[in-house]
Design a binder for this molecule. Structure first.
Ligand SMILES: NC(=O)c1ccc[n+]([C@@H]2O[C@H](COP(=O)([O-])OP(=O)(O)OC[C@H]3O[C@@H](n4cnc5c(N)ncnc54)[C@H](OP(=O)(O)O)[C@@H]3O)[C@@H](O)[C@H]2O)c1
Length: 285
């Protein structure tokens, strides 16, 4: 089945997602939306990415009107939290499922998203960490934290100079996952480190570097008295986010409910039910 997708946000990540959607035969990019009053709105998408000249970028102000006349199965959003929430409310009112790649939502906004899913009975993937590799890192660090809970943990993340939120949502998610794996409901986080105070044994240090064009690096250090383990995930290009977004879009088509990316990957990797063994008669045939 061809999946009709609308894309919200034509920034650095949105443009790569658009390119990937246009390259694959499983998806049909039915509409793209830029920020209202952006010079991108009204221009051909071909001015931004390599594609045929007939796709015109809409303003997000026209989202409701376009959804009324265009068939869309899934909306993918890579914008900013306030904008995303506004867009997703409109998308949900039209019964369209959503993949949210946007990061930086506060707890209240996430609560609002969950309510929206319940009220509108749509499917929504909230994926502040959309890449497969980061989700594997999460799974590995949880195992390490369970096995060596007494090791000190420090997380360092590196991103480009224009990233608006710090530390990254992914760094916080890694810290939360480590705490839960150790059996704590909440944890003490130290953001950056300055001054003479000694670290608590259970605190997690979180450090954010913003420099140049770094796509994304997350390093998790587990240090004991005599050795250390460091797990690092490096994104080479934004393609990794586009691949995750397309995977998520496929997953959420025809599903309802609120999902995170870990659930998407776990459920997609579950082996299909083994074929029933052949009967003696079938074997003889
Ligand atoms: N989940 C992940 O793994 C992952 C990976 C990468 C990025 N992200 C997140 O995705 C978001 C976008 O990242 P980015 O690097 O692409 O940022 P970006 O380059 O700043 O792009 C954001 C885009 O959203 C547009 N926008 C703002 N309001 C809008 C609205 N109401 N409707 C439609 N478009 C709107 C902006 O338009 P203007 O250009 O006109 O301002 C801009 O083009 C950020 O929250 C980022 O942290 C998540």
């Amino acid at each position: 089945m061809m999946i009709n997708v609308c894309l919200l946000g034509l920034g650095r990540t949105g443009m790569v997602v658009a390119e990937q959607l246009l390259k694959t035969t499983d998806f049909h990019l039915t509409a793209v939306f830029a920020k209202p009053h952006s010079p991108k709105a009204g221009a051909p998408l071909a001015a931004l990415v390599n594609c045929p000249n007939d796709i015109i970028v809409h303003s997000a102000d026209d989202l409701a009107a376009i959804l009324e006349t265009t068939e869309v199965n899934v909306a993918i959003d890579f914008t900013a939290p306030e904008a995303s929430l506004k867009n997703v409310k409109i998308v949900a009112e039209h019964g369209v499922n959503v993949v949210i790649g946007t990061t930086g939502f506060n707890k209240m906004q996430i609560y609002e998203l969950k309510n929206l899913v319940q009220r509108s009975k749509i499917g929504l993937i909230y994926a502040p960490n959309i890449s497969l590799g980061i989700n594997l890192l999460l799974s590995v660090v949880k195992t390490i934290a369970r096995l060596i809970p007494h090791y000190d943990v420090e997380i360092t993340e590196y991103h480009h100079r224009n990233k608006k939120d710090a530390p990254s949502g992914t760094a916080l998610k890694i810290a939360d996952a480590i705490n839960r794996a150790k059996g704590y409901r909440t944890g003490k986080y130290t953001f950056g480190r300055k001054g003479p105070e000694l670290r608590d044994s259970n605190e997690i240090g979180i450090h954010a570097i913003r420099a140049g064009g770094i796509v994304g690096v997350h390093q998790v250090l587990f240090a004991g008295e005599s050795d250390e383990i460091e797990i690092t995930h490096r994104s080479y290009s934004r393609l990794v986010f586009a691949e995750g977004a397309l995977h998520a879009a496929k997953f959420i088509t025809n599903r309802k409910g609120f999902y995170n990316m870990e659930e998407v990957l776990t459920e997609s990797s579950e082996p299909e039910a083994p074929a029933a063994p052949l009967s003696l008669t079938e074997l003889a045939e």
